[in-house]
Ligand binder design. Sequence first.
Ligand SMILES: Cc1cc2nc3c(=O)[nH]c(=O)nc-3n(C[C@H](O)[C@H](O)[C@H](O)COP(=O)(O)OP(=O)(O)OC[C@H]3O[C@@H](n4cnc5c(N)ncnc54)[C@H](O)[C@@H]3O)c2cc1C
Ligand SMILES: *[C@@H]1O[C@H](CO)[C@@H](O)[C@H](O)[C@H]1NC(C)=O
Ligand SMILES: *[C@@H]1O[C@H](CO)[C@@H](O)[C@H](O)[C@H]1NC(C)=O
Length: 546
Amino acid sequence: MMMMMRLQFSLALFLITFSCVSFESNANDQQHLEGFLSCLQKKSSKDNTLISTIIYTPKNTSFKSALDFYIQNTKFFAPETPKPVAILTPETESQIQSAIFCGKKHGLEMRIRSGGHDFEGNSYVSQVPFFVLDMFNFRSISVNVESKTAWIGAGATLGETYYGIYDKAKTLAFPGGYCPTVGIGGFISGGGYGALTREFGLAADNVVDARIIDANGRILDRESMGEDLFWAIRGGIGSNFGVILSYKVKLVDVPEYVTAFNIVRTTEQNAAELIHKWQNVVSQLPLKLTLSLVIFSGVSPQTGKPTALVIFAGVYRDGGAEKLLQIMDDQFPELGLKKEDLLEMLWIQYFPFHMAQPFDKPKEFLTSRVPPFKFSFAGKSDFLHEPISVEGVEKILNKISELPPFNAQMEWTHFGGGIMDKFPESETPFPHRKTLIMLFESANWAPNDSSDVAETRKNWVKSLHNIVGEYVLHKNPRYAYANYRDYDLGINNPHGETTIEQAKKWGIPYFKDNFDRLVKVKNQVDPENFFRNEQSFPVFPAHSEL
Ligand SMILES: Cc1cc2nc3c(=O)[nH]c(=O)nc-3n(C[C@H](O)[C@H](O)[C@H](O)COP(=O)(O)OP(=O)(O)OC[C@H]3O[C@@H](n4cnc5c(N)ncnc54)[C@H](O)[C@@H]3O)c2cc1C
Ligand SMILES: *[C@@H]1O[C@H](CO)[C@@H](O)[C@H](O)[C@H]1NC(C)=O
Ligand SMILES: *[C@@H]1O[C@H](CO)[C@@H](O)[C@H](O)[C@H]1NC(C)=O
């Protein structure tokens, strides 16, 4: 019992942590920076706006806290991580236009940050001189209950979005992800999946309009940007094309109350057989039943030895406990789901519940911009097209049990049998529509762990990824999720041109055949390549043909 309580406690601690998981500039940077700053000052006096209050340079005492606040992976707190020469926190659209104008003029690259969850810190880390455009002030949410739509600012978090909608209509929802502090700007522009994906598609599939500022400082909406760019910013990552100001999304219907459960099974309780069975039944489950897996390294309550803790996390949105038990009894009796495992709760309470957090105050949970814990992590993705054998699952679980409790985490999310593959792969830039199950593989460590520990964990993720690689259908290239950015796939040259061939190394795994159209759109809307970063689409040399 004590063991179980401790297990529950640590589970809570780590579920939340994860489901969520002195600077000296050189002379050259200094030159870029001074030109850039005086350009901004000039622009702002013309506009009659006060710009100094939104500019942080390393000289400002609050520079570090401004930078660190939206760093969501503590490995990037390290002093050796290259820092921006400035951070801008615009409050008006004209300030963003000025930032683009002056950045271009003074050859200073821009990184755009909304929620700061990028796995590689793409929104706030670079080897070249750069400034951060931090979008957190652009977070208004305006819900239209009649038309079942909402305009959401790029800097809003998923949690703010969920609560903002719930506040206006208890039975409308946005099909987003699990972690409440993830930013809309990155999430939607990279695809965005979560508990409702199998029923309603990706977040990007539900976008009906958008506002963006392009490399020429023009403010565009769907009509004025045209269908190519509108297509590209629904999965092709916004920072390739411009600064996303907001998205207009369709809202989907959910019941006010749902039935939910989180039940844990260990290796000793036949977890491998259960996962095998789960893979074979998930595509037949009703669309209104989401049943995903969250797996941690842990200590077995049965034997006290290292194990894998497999959480079967379910949410049923179509009637109560009796009906759910009936479905599970028909489809998946091996799991042994019992009435006492089930809880009826408000839909909005499911987000904290999924993370094993107290769910009596969903508003506080969803609207807090400070995750309760932050730590360092490395993560990778995979797409399964067919179930992994029991032996394969055993290998994976054994690997997971190698790490200390809760330092290994995997998530298995089912797409199969839903609406994802009802559209062609070219519908949006996210091409992995025929997926049965999407996988997330990760390891984490504490901010104060030694660099040896960090190195070991990163290598451990690679070896888990190698094991999973034996079971994926497409091995060469092996596919990956653009929103789980992975620089191991390859990055662009920091200076000068990057060839199409080079960019395909990461571009094909993320986007498959959609890569070509994304490159074309990039060349149409940003031929001078102002919106460049470590994994941005290459532009053709000036003399070549489109
Ligand atoms: C703990 C955790 C949980 C996660 N859970 C899920 C999940 O359940 N489902 C899922 O699909 N993904 C999930 N992700 C991945 C997440 O969707 C991506 O990391 C996403 O890019 C984060 O968006 P952000 O705005 O928080 O990140 P940022 O780091 O701010 O941005 C990510 C990328 O988008 C660009 N970008 C951000 N804002 C803008 C803008 N306004 N205009 C143009 N470009 C912009 C950035 O420049 C960068 O390239 C998770 C990530 C973490 C760390
Ligand atoms: C940073 O310091 C400069 C110079 O002292 C000041 O003008 C500016 O307002 C400061 N920025 C912020 C955001 O406080
Ligand atoms: C890191 O910090 C935690 C919490 O403050 C502490 O318990 C732990 O011992 C520290 N670990 C190392 C390696 O310093």
